[in-house]
Design a protein around this ligand. Sequence first.
Ligand code: SAH
Length: 281
Amino acid sequence: MRAQVLLCPTITAYGRLYCAPRRLHRYNSSSSSSQFLNLNLSRFSGALFFHMEQFQSGTGSSGKRGMVENLKRYGVISSKRVAQVMEALDRGLFVPVGSSAYVDTPVPIGYNATISAPHMHATCLQLLEDKLHPGMRALDVGSGTGYLTSCFALMVGAEGRVVGVDHIPELVDMSIKNIEKSVAASFLKKGSLSLHVGDGRKGWQEFAPYDAIHVGAAASEIPQPLLDQLKPGGRMVIPLGTYFQELKVIDKNEDGSIKVHTETSVRYVPLTSRVEQLGGF
Ligand code: SAH
């Protein structure tokens, strides 16, 4: 069956895409990966509002700076540390050659996966910022290109520990090559950042417990091993759902109890088995 993707036809003067439900039209896509866009769909004043600023600010450092400036202008980034990290790490090194590195859109990376849109990376960094101080530990499940994993490594520094897990070996190899070209290379070399092939639904016990856990693919339910590997006082950000998905923020209290809140509506690639992903879900 062909996927149906809702696209928004209206671009405002600010370059932000808005659309009221009446103006939505359906677009038939034959690409299975395009069903899952890794973006933020949120309800705004009763209208469906796609946070997809179509900004393009050239390439190289001016492109990165333009991307971060726009994310700040639209209120996605409010933290100086998040802005600094996203400016320092060149997204251009993590997207396939020839794709738009600094446009706020997800980009296919092969194997039915995408690198998330910059606003999603920024949103997750903002939500986890307080758990990404120097010396802290972070787990990135579904690490894909390694972009967000590297942002975590820059934030927790050499005394911290960051682990990325993806179940596609080719993506893990690619992420390591991407990181080796980036400002996060020294963390990889010194061992405070590592990327592993594995089923992220099991987490990564070796370096648990984690102050921050990010899941970059949508789970149908919260995997128990991830809850177990979250430190008391720690926070997990995870998209939950199948077709309709919500970004959940899970805080583990010091007594081990759990508090969950919904941040926004999103659209992510599923957290699934390798066979199902390679078969197109
Ligand atoms: N956050 C990454 C990739 C997002 S795409 C980025 O922005 O670059 C989602 C990723 O989750 C894909 O790379 C996919 O291979 C991975 N994934 C899906 N199910 C998984 C599982 N069970 N275990 C590990 N990785 C998984």
